[in-house]
Design a protein around this ligand. Sequence first.
Ligand code: SAM
Ligand code: SF4
Ligand code: F3S
Length: 442
Amino acid sequence: MAQKIFIKTFGCQMNEYDSNRIYDSVKKIGFQKTKNYEDASCYLLNTCHIRDKAKEKVYHEIGRVKKIFRSKQKPLVIVAGCVAQAENQEMLKREPYIDLVIGPQSYHKINDTILNHIEKKKKIEETEFDAISKFEYLQKIKNESKGVSSFLTIQEGCDKFCHFCVVPYTRGPEYSRPFKQIIDEAKNLVDNGAQEIILLGQNVNAYSNEEYRLSNLILEIEKFSELKRIRYTTSHPRDMSDDLIEVYKNSKKLMPLVHLPVQSGSNKILNLMNRKHSISDYYKIYDKLKKINSNIEFSSDFIIGYPGEEEKDFQDTLQLIKRIKFINSYSFIFSPRPGTVAADLKLIDKKISIERLEVIQNLLFKNQTNMNKSLENKKINVLVENLTDDQTQVFGRSEYMTSVIFNGKKEDIGKIMSVKINKSNRSTLFGELIVNSNQKVA
Ligand code: SAM
Ligand code: SF4
Ligand code: F3S
Protein backbone atom coordinates (compact mmCIF):
# COMPACT_ATOMS: atom_id res chain seq x y z
CA MET A 1 0.00 0.00 0.00
CA ALA A 2 1.25 3.52 -0.83
CA GLN A 3 2.55 5.65 2.01
CA LYS A 4 0.65 8.89 2.53
CA ILE A 5 2.34 12.26 2.81
CA PHE A 6 0.76 15.40 4.22
CA ILE A 7 2.51 18.61 3.16
CA LYS A 8 1.79 21.85 4.98
CA THR A 9 3.20 24.94 3.28
CA PHE A 10 3.91 28.35 4.82
CA GLY A 11 5.38 31.47 3.20
CA CYS A 12 5.80 32.64 -0.34
CA GLN A 13 4.86 31.22 -3.75
CA MET A 14 8.35 29.77 -4.04
CA ASN A 15 7.56 27.53 -1.12
CA GLU A 16 4.34 26.48 -2.85
CA TYR A 17 6.30 25.63 -5.98
CA ASP A 18 8.84 23.72 -3.87
CA SER A 19 6.13 21.75 -2.10
CA ASN A 20 4.69 20.70 -5.47
CA ARG A 21 8.14 19.66 -6.67
CA ILE A 22 8.89 17.79 -3.44
CA TYR A 23 5.71 15.85 -4.02
CA ASP A 24 6.67 15.15 -7.67
CA SER A 25 9.87 13.68 -6.24
CA VAL A 26 8.57 11.59 -3.32
CA LYS A 27 5.88 10.10 -5.56
CA LYS A 28 8.75 8.19 -7.18
CA ILE A 29 9.39 6.36 -3.91
CA GLY A 30 5.78 5.47 -3.33
CA PHE A 31 4.25 8.41 -1.48
CA GLN A 32 0.77 9.69 -2.25
CA LYS A 33 -0.55 13.06 -1.13
CA THR A 34 -3.31 13.20 1.48
CA LYS A 35 -5.39 16.21 2.49
CA ASN A 36 -6.11 14.61 5.83
CA TYR A 37 -3.05 14.82 8.07
CA GLU A 38 -4.37 12.18 10.45
CA ASP A 39 -3.96 9.59 7.66
CA ALA A 40 -0.35 10.55 6.98
CA SER A 41 2.63 8.31 7.48
CA CYS A 42 4.84 11.28 6.59
CA TYR A 43 4.23 14.84 7.78
CA LEU A 44 6.24 17.50 5.94
CA LEU A 45 6.28 21.10 7.07
CA ASN A 46 7.59 23.55 4.46
CA THR A 47 8.45 26.58 6.56
CA CYS A 48 8.98 30.34 6.19
CA HIS A 49 11.35 32.46 8.25
CA ILE A 50 10.53 35.93 6.97
CA ARG A 51 8.77 37.45 10.01
CA ASP A 52 7.71 37.04 13.61
CA LYS A 53 8.34 34.01 15.70
CA ALA A 54 8.72 31.71 12.69
CA LYS A 55 10.83 29.17 14.54
CA GLU A 56 8.45 28.97 17.50
CA LYS A 57 5.51 28.46 15.15
CA VAL A 58 7.23 25.38 13.73
CA TYR A 59 7.83 23.84 17.18
CA HIS A 60 4.24 24.65 18.08
CA GLU A 61 3.03 22.88 14.94
CA ILE A 62 5.18 19.83 15.72
CA GLY A 63 3.71 19.80 19.24
CA ARG A 64 0.25 19.65 17.68
CA VAL A 65 1.26 16.74 15.43
CA LYS A 66 2.71 14.93 18.45
CA LYS A 67 -0.63 15.21 20.26
CA ILE A 68 -2.62 14.02 17.25
CA PHE A 69 -0.41 10.96 16.79
CA ARG A 70 -0.07 10.17 20.51
CA SER A 71 -2.01 6.95 20.28
CA LYS A 72 -1.03 6.12 16.68
CA GLN A 73 2.10 5.12 14.84
CA LYS A 74 4.47 8.11 14.76
CA PRO A 75 4.71 9.62 11.24
CA LEU A 76 8.01 10.44 9.60
CA VAL A 77 8.38 14.15 10.43
CA ILE A 78 10.29 16.36 7.99
CA VAL A 79 10.96 20.07 8.38
CA ALA A 80 11.83 21.72 5.06
CA GLY A 81 12.06 25.33 3.90
CA CYS A 82 13.64 28.48 5.28
CA VAL A 83 13.38 27.73 9.02
CA ALA A 84 15.04 24.37 8.35
CA GLN A 85 17.87 26.17 6.59
CA ALA A 86 18.27 28.78 9.32
CA GLU A 87 18.06 26.41 12.28
CA ASN A 88 19.52 23.21 10.80
CA GLN A 89 21.04 20.84 13.44
CA GLU A 90 19.44 22.83 16.26
CA MET A 91 16.00 21.54 15.28
CA LEU A 92 16.98 17.90 15.65
CA LYS A 93 18.52 18.61 19.04
CA ARG A 94 15.63 20.62 20.39
CA GLU A 95 12.76 18.46 19.10
CA PRO A 96 13.51 14.71 18.90
CA TYR A 97 10.13 14.17 17.25
CA ILE A 98 11.64 15.68 14.05
CA ASP A 99 13.35 13.06 11.88
CA LEU A 100 14.69 15.04 8.94
CA VAL A 101 15.64 18.66 8.38
CA ILE A 102 16.11 19.68 4.77
CA GLY A 103 16.90 23.16 3.43
CA PRO A 104 15.47 24.64 0.20
CA GLN A 105 18.63 24.00 -1.85
CA SER A 106 18.79 20.32 -0.93
CA TYR A 107 15.49 19.00 -2.28
CA HIS A 108 17.34 16.89 -4.84
CA LYS A 109 18.37 14.75 -1.88
CA ILE A 110 14.90 14.28 -0.45
CA ASN A 111 14.19 10.77 -1.78
CA ASP A 112 17.58 9.41 -0.72
CA THR A 113 17.30 11.11 2.67
CA ILE A 114 13.89 9.55 3.32
CA LEU A 115 14.97 6.08 2.17
CA ASN A 116 18.15 6.32 4.21
CA HIS A 117 16.17 7.25 7.29
CA ILE A 118 13.66 4.45 6.79
CA GLU A 119 16.50 1.95 6.46
CA LYS A 120 18.85 3.17 9.20
CA LYS A 121 16.50 5.17 11.46
CA LYS A 122 19.12 7.88 11.50
CA LYS A 123 18.22 11.56 11.98
CA ILE A 124 19.48 13.55 9.02
CA GLU A 125 20.07 17.22 8.34
CA GLU A 126 20.71 18.48 4.78
CA THR A 127 21.27 22.21 4.48
CA GLU A 128 23.99 22.81 1.90
CA PHE A 129 23.49 25.45 -0.77
CA ASP A 130 23.48 23.54 -4.05
CA ALA A 131 20.93 25.12 -6.39
CA ILE A 132 22.56 23.68 -9.54
CA SER A 133 22.22 20.06 -8.43
CA LYS A 134 18.71 20.72 -7.17
CA PHE A 135 17.41 22.03 -10.49
CA GLU A 136 19.33 19.45 -12.51
CA TYR A 137 17.61 16.76 -10.46
CA LEU A 138 14.16 18.37 -10.64
CA GLN A 139 14.52 18.79 -14.38
CA LYS A 140 14.55 15.00 -14.69
CA ILE A 141 11.35 14.68 -12.70
CA LYS A 142 8.29 15.95 -14.55
CA ASN A 143 6.50 18.91 -13.05
CA GLU A 144 3.06 17.33 -12.59
CA SER A 145 1.31 20.54 -11.59
CA LYS A 146 -2.02 20.63 -13.41
CA GLY A 147 -3.24 24.06 -12.33
CA VAL A 148 -4.84 26.50 -14.75
CA SER A 149 -2.34 28.89 -13.22
CA SER A 150 1.05 27.31 -12.51
CA PHE A 151 4.17 28.51 -10.75
CA LEU A 152 7.58 28.13 -12.34
CA THR A 153 10.70 29.03 -10.34
CA ILE A 154 13.35 30.51 -12.62
CA GLN A 155 15.69 32.07 -10.09
CA GLU A 156 16.58 31.44 -6.46
CA GLY A 157 18.36 33.27 -3.69
CA CYS A 158 19.50 36.82 -3.28
CA ASP A 159 22.75 38.78 -3.20
CA LYS A 160 21.25 42.11 -2.16
CA PHE A 161 21.32 41.75 1.62
CA CYS A 162 18.67 44.27 2.60
CA HIS A 163 19.40 44.81 6.28
CA PHE A 164 16.05 43.46 7.46
CA CYS A 165 15.84 40.29 5.38
CA VAL A 166 16.72 36.63 5.99
CA VAL A 167 16.36 35.46 2.39
CA PRO A 168 20.08 35.72 1.44
CA TYR A 169 20.81 33.47 4.44
CA THR A 170 18.01 30.95 3.95
CA ARG A 171 18.02 30.70 0.15
CA GLY A 172 21.69 31.38 -0.49
CA PRO A 173 23.32 33.28 -3.34
CA GLU A 174 21.47 34.30 -6.47
CA TYR A 175 21.18 31.50 -9.01
CA SER A 176 19.39 31.62 -12.38
CA ARG A 177 18.30 28.38 -14.00
CA PRO A 178 19.42 27.68 -17.57
CA PHE A 179 17.10 29.15 -20.21
CA LYS A 180 16.38 25.84 -21.94
CA GLN A 181 15.60 24.08 -18.67
CA ILE A 182 12.93 26.71 -17.95
CA ILE A 183 11.42 26.62 -21.44
CA ASP A 184 11.19 22.81 -21.25
CA GLU A 185 9.41 23.02 -17.90
CA ALA A 186 7.08 25.73 -19.25
CA LYS A 187 6.20 23.48 -22.19
CA ASN A 188 5.50 20.66 -19.80
CA LEU A 189 3.17 22.91 -17.76
CA VAL A 190 1.37 24.06 -20.91
CA ASP A 191 0.98 20.40 -21.98
CA ASN A 192 -0.52 19.75 -18.53
CA GLY A 193 -3.12 22.45 -19.21
CA ALA A 194 -1.58 25.61 -17.72
CA GLN A 195 -3.19 28.72 -19.20
CA GLU A 196 -1.16 31.04 -17.03
CA ILE A 197 2.45 30.77 -15.89
CA ILE A 198 3.77 32.79 -12.96
CA LEU A 199 7.56 33.01 -13.14
CA LEU A 200 9.05 33.02 -9.66
CA GLY A 201 12.22 34.14 -7.95
CA GLN A 202 13.16 35.94 -4.74
CA ASN A 203 14.61 38.45 -7.20
CA VAL A 204 12.92 37.30 -10.34
CA ASN A 205 13.93 40.26 -12.50
CA ALA A 206 17.60 39.72 -11.63
CA TYR A 207 17.32 36.57 -13.78
CA SER A 208 20.50 36.24 -15.83
CA ASN A 209 21.82 33.10 -17.48
CA GLU A 210 24.34 33.46 -20.29
CA GLU A 211 22.86 36.09 -22.60
CA TYR A 212 19.30 35.54 -21.41
CA ARG A 213 17.29 37.88 -19.18
CA LEU A 214 13.74 37.79 -17.85
CA SER A 215 12.60 39.73 -20.93
CA ASN A 216 13.87 36.91 -23.22
CA LEU A 217 12.12 34.29 -21.13
CA ILE A 218 8.78 36.09 -21.25
CA LEU A 219 8.94 36.54 -25.02
CA GLU A 220 9.93 32.90 -25.54
CA ILE A 221 7.26 31.45 -23.23
CA GLU A 222 4.71 33.67 -24.92
CA LYS A 223 5.18 31.62 -28.10
CA PHE A 224 3.24 28.69 -26.62
CA SER A 225 -0.06 29.34 -28.35
CA GLU A 226 -2.19 27.62 -25.67
CA LEU A 227 -0.75 29.85 -22.94
CA LYS A 228 -2.86 32.94 -22.28
CA ARG A 229 -1.22 34.86 -19.47
CA ILE A 230 2.26 35.44 -18.04
CA ARG A 231 3.17 37.03 -14.71
CA TYR A 232 6.36 37.27 -12.67
CA THR A 233 7.12 37.90 -9.01
CA THR A 234 8.90 39.20 -6.91
CA SER A 235 10.94 41.90 -8.51
CA HIS A 236 13.36 44.47 -7.18
CA PRO A 237 13.31 48.09 -8.43
CA ARG A 238 17.03 47.97 -9.12
CA ASP A 239 16.60 45.17 -11.65
CA MET A 240 13.71 46.79 -13.53
CA SER A 241 15.87 47.11 -16.65
CA ASP A 242 14.86 48.84 -19.87
CA ASP A 243 14.64 45.56 -21.80
CA LEU A 244 12.09 44.29 -19.25
CA ILE A 245 10.15 47.55 -19.41
CA GLU A 246 10.14 47.29 -23.23
CA VAL A 247 8.48 43.86 -22.98
CA TYR A 248 5.34 45.66 -21.83
CA LYS A 249 5.26 47.23 -25.32
CA ASN A 250 5.83 44.00 -27.23
CA SER A 251 4.22 41.25 -25.18
CA LYS A 252 0.62 40.23 -25.75
CA LYS A 253 0.44 37.97 -22.74
CA LEU A 254 2.28 39.77 -19.95
CA MET A 255 -0.33 41.01 -17.47
CA PRO A 256 -0.54 44.74 -16.68
CA LEU A 257 0.07 44.38 -12.91
CA VAL A 258 3.60 45.09 -11.69
CA HIS A 259 4.35 43.84 -8.19
CA LEU A 260 7.34 45.98 -7.28
CA PRO A 261 8.14 46.14 -3.55
CA VAL A 262 9.33 49.56 -2.45
CA GLN A 263 9.28 49.01 1.38
CA SER A 264 9.27 52.74 2.28
CA GLY A 265 8.62 56.12 0.69
CA SER A 266 11.58 57.72 2.46
CA ASN A 267 15.07 57.83 0.94
CA LYS A 268 16.54 57.96 4.43
CA ILE A 269 14.85 54.69 5.38
CA LEU A 270 15.68 53.06 2.04
CA ASN A 271 19.32 53.87 2.75
CA LEU A 272 19.14 52.49 6.27
CA MET A 273 17.55 49.34 4.84
CA ASN A 274 20.35 49.00 2.25
CA ARG A 275 17.76 48.84 -0.50
CA LYS A 276 20.08 50.24 -3.18
CA HIS A 277 17.38 52.28 -4.89
CA SER A 278 15.81 55.67 -4.28
CA ILE A 279 12.26 56.95 -4.50
CA SER A 280 13.11 58.87 -7.64
CA ASP A 281 14.33 55.59 -9.24
CA TYR A 282 10.96 54.12 -8.36
CA TYR A 283 9.04 57.03 -9.90
CA LYS A 284 11.14 56.76 -13.06
CA ILE A 285 10.13 53.11 -13.48
CA TYR A 286 6.51 54.02 -12.79
CA ASP A 287 6.55 56.84 -15.35
CA LYS A 288 8.21 54.71 -18.03
CA LEU A 289 5.68 51.90 -17.63
CA LYS A 290 2.68 54.21 -17.48
CA LYS A 291 3.90 55.88 -20.67
CA ILE A 292 3.96 52.52 -22.41
CA ASN A 293 0.53 51.53 -21.16
CA SER A 294 -1.53 53.75 -18.87
CA ASN A 295 -3.53 50.67 -17.77
CA ILE A 296 -0.50 49.19 -16.00
CA GLU A 297 -1.09 49.18 -12.24
CA PHE A 298 1.31 48.65 -9.35
CA SER A 299 1.28 46.64 -6.15
CA SER A 300 3.96 46.66 -3.47
CA ASP A 301 5.30 45.54 -0.09
CA PHE A 302 5.81 47.97 2.80
CA ILE A 303 7.70 47.64 6.06
CA ILE A 304 6.36 49.94 8.76
CA GLY A 305 8.29 51.05 11.84
CA TYR A 306 11.78 50.23 10.56
CA PRO A 307 14.36 51.40 13.14
CA GLY A 308 14.91 55.13 12.57
CA GLU A 309 11.51 55.73 10.92
CA GLU A 310 10.30 59.18 12.01
CA GLU A 311 6.94 60.80 11.39
CA LYS A 312 8.38 62.62 8.36
CA ASP A 313 9.53 59.29 6.81
CA PHE A 314 6.12 57.78 7.41
CA GLN A 315 4.44 60.80 5.78
CA ASP A 316 6.73 60.27 2.76
CA THR A 317 5.44 56.69 2.49
CA LEU A 318 1.85 57.93 2.59
CA GLN A 319 2.71 60.47 -0.10
CA LEU A 320 4.12 57.74 -2.35
CA ILE A 321 0.99 55.61 -1.87
CA LYS A 322 -1.24 58.59 -2.71
CA ARG A 323 0.68 59.23 -5.91
CA ILE A 324 1.12 55.68 -7.19
CA LYS A 325 -2.28 54.42 -5.97
CA PHE A 326 -1.09 50.83 -5.53
CA ILE A 327 -4.03 48.57 -6.20
CA ASN A 328 -3.02 45.76 -3.86
CA SER A 329 -0.19 45.67 -1.35
CA TYR A 330 1.25 43.87 1.64
CA SER A 331 2.28 45.86 4.70
CA PHE A 332 3.86 44.56 7.88
CA ILE A 333 5.52 45.97 10.97
CA PHE A 334 9.29 45.46 10.92
CA SER A 335 10.22 42.17 12.55
CA PRO A 336 13.85 41.79 13.68
CA ARG A 337 15.32 38.66 12.17
CA PRO A 338 18.19 36.80 13.78
CA GLY A 339 21.46 37.07 11.89
CA THR A 340 20.50 40.14 9.82
CA VAL A 341 22.15 43.56 10.16
CA ALA A 342 18.93 45.12 11.50
CA ALA A 343 18.43 42.40 14.12
CA ASP A 344 19.79 44.45 17.03
CA LEU A 345 18.79 47.96 16.01
CA LYS A 346 16.76 49.99 18.47
CA LEU A 347 13.08 49.44 17.75
CA ILE A 348 10.67 52.34 17.54
CA ASP A 349 7.75 52.49 19.98
CA LYS A 350 5.45 49.53 19.24
CA LYS A 351 2.32 51.64 19.73
CA ILE A 352 3.50 54.08 17.06
CA SER A 353 4.23 51.22 14.64
CA ILE A 354 0.76 49.76 15.20
CA GLU A 355 -0.87 53.17 14.64
CA ARG A 356 1.15 53.75 11.46
CA LEU A 357 0.29 50.30 10.14
CA GLU A 358 -3.38 51.04 10.64
CA VAL A 359 -3.14 54.36 8.81
CA ILE A 360 -1.22 52.86 5.90
CA GLN A 361 -3.52 49.87 5.59
CA ASN A 362 -6.59 52.09 5.59
CA LEU A 363 -5.11 54.03 2.69
CA LEU A 364 -4.02 50.91 0.78
CA PHE A 365 -7.39 49.24 1.35
CA LYS A 366 -9.16 52.40 0.15
CA ASN A 367 -7.18 52.32 -3.12
CA GLN A 368 -8.01 48.65 -3.52
CA THR A 369 -11.72 49.18 -2.85
CA ASN A 370 -11.85 52.17 -5.22
CA MET A 371 -10.11 50.22 -7.98
CA ASN A 372 -12.65 47.40 -7.64
CA LYS A 373 -15.57 49.82 -7.47
CA SER A 374 -14.40 51.50 -10.68
CA LEU A 375 -14.94 48.17 -12.46
CA GLU A 376 -18.61 47.89 -11.53
CA ASN A 377 -20.86 47.82 -14.62
CA LYS A 378 -17.78 47.24 -16.78
CA LYS A 379 -16.79 44.19 -18.80
CA ILE A 380 -13.54 42.45 -17.87
CA ASN A 381 -11.67 39.31 -18.96
CA VAL A 382 -11.45 36.57 -16.36
CA LEU A 383 -9.33 33.43 -16.48
CA VAL A 384 -11.46 30.78 -14.81
CA GLU A 385 -9.51 28.66 -12.32
CA ASN A 386 -12.08 26.56 -10.50
CA LEU A 387 -15.59 26.01 -9.21
CA THR A 388 -16.45 27.86 -6.00
CA ASP A 389 -16.52 25.72 -2.83
CA ASP A 390 -20.30 25.30 -3.02
CA GLN A 391 -19.89 24.30 -6.73
CA THR A 392 -22.61 26.73 -7.85
CA GLN A 393 -20.38 29.37 -9.47
CA VAL A 394 -16.84 29.73 -10.78
CA PHE A 395 -13.79 31.47 -9.43
CA GLY A 396 -11.23 33.21 -11.61
CA ARG A 397 -8.86 36.13 -11.77
CA SER A 398 -8.87 39.45 -13.55
CA GLU A 399 -5.82 40.73 -15.41
CA TYR A 400 -4.90 42.48 -12.14
CA MET A 401 -5.06 39.22 -10.13
CA THR A 402 -8.29 40.21 -8.39
CA SER A 403 -10.57 37.30 -7.49
CA VAL A 404 -13.75 37.21 -9.55
CA ILE A 405 -16.82 35.09 -8.84
CA PHE A 406 -19.52 34.68 -11.47
CA ASN A 407 -22.16 32.30 -12.83
CA GLY A 408 -19.88 30.21 -15.03
CA LYS A 409 -19.83 26.44 -15.49
CA LYS A 410 -17.34 23.66 -14.96
CA GLU A 411 -16.60 23.65 -18.71
CA ASP A 412 -15.37 27.26 -18.43
CA ILE A 413 -12.40 26.24 -16.26
CA GLY A 414 -9.20 27.17 -18.10
CA LYS A 415 -10.97 29.63 -20.41
CA ILE A 416 -10.94 33.41 -20.57
CA MET A 417 -14.50 34.59 -20.12
CA SER A 418 -15.97 38.02 -20.55
CA VAL A 419 -17.73 39.05 -17.34
CA LYS A 420 -19.82 42.07 -16.43
CA ILE A 421 -19.04 43.19 -12.88
CA ASN A 422 -22.14 43.94 -10.80
CA LYS A 423 -20.75 44.24 -7.30
CA SER A 424 -17.42 44.44 -5.53
CA ASN A 425 -15.73 44.58 -2.17
CA ARG A 426 -12.10 45.15 -1.27
CA SER A 427 -10.87 41.74 -2.34
CA THR A 428 -13.45 40.31 -4.75
CA LEU A 429 -15.44 41.21 -7.84
CA PHE A 430 -18.85 39.61 -8.44
CA GLY A 431 -20.29 39.46 -11.91
CA GLU A 432 -22.22 37.70 -14.62
CA LEU A 433 -21.12 36.01 -17.79
CA ILE A 434 -21.42 37.90 -21.07
CA VAL A 435 -19.86 35.86 -23.90
CA ASN A 436 -17.10 33.36 -24.30
CA SER A 437 -14.07 35.32 -25.50
CA ASN A 438 -11.72 32.36 -25.46
CA GLN A 439 -10.20 33.30 -28.82
CA LYS A 440 -8.74 36.43 -27.31
CA VAL A 441 -5.49 36.52 -25.39
CA ALA A 442 -5.08 38.27 -22.02
N1 SAM B 1 12.85 40.35 -2.99
C1 SAM B 1 11.72 41.11 -2.66
C2 SAM B 1 12.13 42.58 -2.57
O1 SAM B 1 13.24 42.93 -2.80
O2 SAM B 1 11.33 43.38 -2.20
C3 SAM B 1 11.07 40.70 -1.36
C4 SAM B 1 11.01 39.32 -0.97
S1 SAM B 1 10.58 39.07 0.73
C5 SAM B 1 10.45 37.37 0.64
C6 SAM B 1 8.89 39.58 0.81
C7 SAM B 1 8.58 40.77 1.69
O3 SAM B 1 8.72 40.44 3.05
C8 SAM B 1 9.50 41.98 1.53
O4 SAM B 1 9.16 42.75 0.42
C9 SAM B 1 9.30 42.72 2.82
O5 SAM B 1 8.28 43.69 2.71
C10 SAM B 1 8.86 41.63 3.80
N2 SAM B 1 9.88 41.42 4.84
C11 SAM B 1 11.08 40.86 4.68
N3 SAM B 1 11.77 40.88 5.84
C12 SAM B 1 10.96 41.48 6.76
C13 SAM B 1 11.12 41.81 8.13
N4 SAM B 1 12.23 41.54 8.78
N5 SAM B 1 10.09 42.42 8.75
C14 SAM B 1 8.94 42.72 8.08
N6 SAM B 1 8.74 42.42 6.79
C15 SAM B 1 9.75 41.82 6.12
FE1 SF4 C 1 15.25 40.16 0.86
FE2 SF4 C 1 14.32 41.07 -1.48
FE3 SF4 C 1 16.17 42.45 -0.13
FE4 SF4 C 1 16.82 40.14 -1.26
S1 SF4 C 1 16.18 42.04 -2.31
S2 SF4 C 1 17.42 40.82 0.75
S3 SF4 C 1 14.94 38.97 -0.99
S4 SF4 C 1 14.03 42.03 0.49
FE1 F3S D 1 9.58 32.83 3.61
FE2 F3S D 1 11.70 31.70 2.61
FE3 F3S D 1 9.78 32.59 1.01
S1 F3S D 1 11.64 33.04 4.35
S2 F3S D 1 8.98 34.33 2.14
S3 F3S D 1 9.60 30.95 2.46
S4 F3S D 1 11.96 32.64 0.63
